[in-house]
Ligand binder design. Structure first.
Ligand code: PLP
Length: 412
């Protein structure tokens, strides 16, 4: 009966009928939950009776949000966490350990790179960086200690789109799972399952939250990877089969790291899910229109990057992989850092803020902000330079955005 994304997002049923007939899952603001008997509490702790015990491990409001994401994405299981960074760190900590490695690309969100280099490497995890737009490089880099292949669905701010199907084929030949950070695409634009992606991590602080209302993260297991190939998860497979990773995660890494999603954030993000399709579609449509407009201004703008433009190196792959649009982020080059700063100081409607996929259009100079802790050489390797500006396109009326950009360009 429910085929469409928007219908599912709005009408996905509650797991249990609410005693008052509430149409929306109430916020369960309780840290602990009571059990009828000592035996019941024992069974809950032993994972043999599905019941709530403590909100750091599970909570009815958070669980309802997870079920809705599962329904929309086709994932086999979903765990909601405190932030996008918590989703990434939980997954890596669950699958890898000292003496093993992950294979990824230099084109990563700055904090993800910092997590890999500054937090996880000192604990003994090796991180190998390869150019994933050339999948052969992946085959060369994977070895018997590789636990994860990690990449972003559209890299930010480089806007590279790798061929997920090819990457999954190579990783699976070596019995290694593919983890994709699908923050900027969400299941509305990218059906990870169709391309062989095993796990998706999402910063739901972006589109899903309703336009940057609350911090949150998601881990989605698409059920395609046989967890017996991962030595840490393998002991759980006999008991929990294809759900082994998420059951184990919830009862160990997720529980112990304590980065759970608050029930208040879960309810706001559930509300965000209901309008996700409208907002993300408008943001993608605006971004494509603005990319075309800016690409025409060749006197002042030397290059516009957007996977939806035929001039993008990644346009063909993006067309194959993304169903309804190419995301809300575009970048463009002016002459210099000084010119970028003057441009940023001249916009009146567009906000100077470090976020993406807000309802508001936001502008950033990546080199002097997110990437300022890196040397110019490292920045170049990460695809960032002084003349680059990033626009995260919101859902405003196009005419107002064009007026603002036109006025700012005229003033530099
Ligand atoms: C692609 C990507 N992944 C992960 C994150 C981290 O998300 P959060 O801020 O929710 O921890 C971000 C944040 O901007 C991001 O852009």
């Amino acid at each position: 009966m429910m085929k469409g994304f928007a219908t599912k997002a709005i009408h996905g049923p509650l797991a249990k009928k609410d005693p008052h007939g509430a149409l929306r899952m109430p916020v369960y603001d309780s840290v602990a939950f009571e059990h009828e008997s000592a035996q019941d509490i024992h069974l809950a702790f032993a994972g043999r009776h599905p019941a709530q015990s403590y909100t750091r491990i599970s909570n009815p409001t958070v669980e309802d949000y997870e079920r809705r994401v599962q329904l929309l994405s086709g994932a086999q299981g979903v765990v909601a966490v405190a932030s996008g960074m918590a989703a990434i760190s939980n997954v890596i900590l669950a699958l890898a350990e000292a003496g093993t490695n992950i294979v990824t690309t230099q084109y990563l969100f700055g904090n993800t790179y910092s997590l890999f280099e500054n937090t996880l490497r000192p604990w003994g995890l090796d991180i190998k960086y390869v150019d994933l737009s050339v999948p052969q490089r992946l085959a060369e880099a994977i070895d018997q200690d590789t636990r994860v292949v990690f990449l972003e669905s559209i890299t930010n701010p480089q806007l590279q789109v790798a061929d997920l199907r090819q990457i999954a084929e190579i990783a699976h030949q070596h019995e290694v799972p593919v983890v994709v950070d699908g923050t900027v695409t969400t299941p509305y634009l990218l059906c990870c399952k169709e391309f062989g992606v095993d796990l998706e991590v999402i910063s739901s602080s972006k589109y899903i939250s309703g336009g940057a209302t609350t911090i949150g993260g998601l881990i989605l297991d698409y059920g395609s990877f046989s967890w017996r190939h991962n030595p840490k998860v393998a002991p759980w497979v006999a008991k929990f089969g294809p759900n082994a990773l998420l059951v184990w995660l919830r009862s160990e890494v997720y529980r112990n790291m304590g980065a759970c999603l608050s029930p208040h954030n879960a309810t706001l993000q559930t509300l965000g899910l209901e309008t996700l399709s409208l907002r993300i579609q408008k943001s993608c449509d605006n971004a494509l229109a603005l990319a075309k407009y800016l690409e025409g201004l060749t006197e002042k703008i030397s290059r516009v990057n957007y996977p939806g433009l035929p001039s993008s190196h990644y346009h063909d792959i993006a067309q194959r992989q993304f169903k309804r649009g190419f995301g809300g982020i575009l970048t463009f080059h002016l002459d210099s850092k000084e010119q970028c700063f003057r441009f940023m100081d001249s916009v009146r409607l567009i906000r100077r803020a470090t976020n993406i996929n807000d309802n508001k259009t936001l502008i950033m100079h990546p080199a002097s902000t997110i990437y300022c802790e890196y040397s110019p050489l490292q920045q170049r390797e990460m695809g960032v330079c002084d003349s680059l500006l990033r626009l995260s396109v919101g859902i405003e009326d196009m005419e107002d955005l064009v007026d603002d950009l036109e006025a700012a360009l005229a003033s530099i």
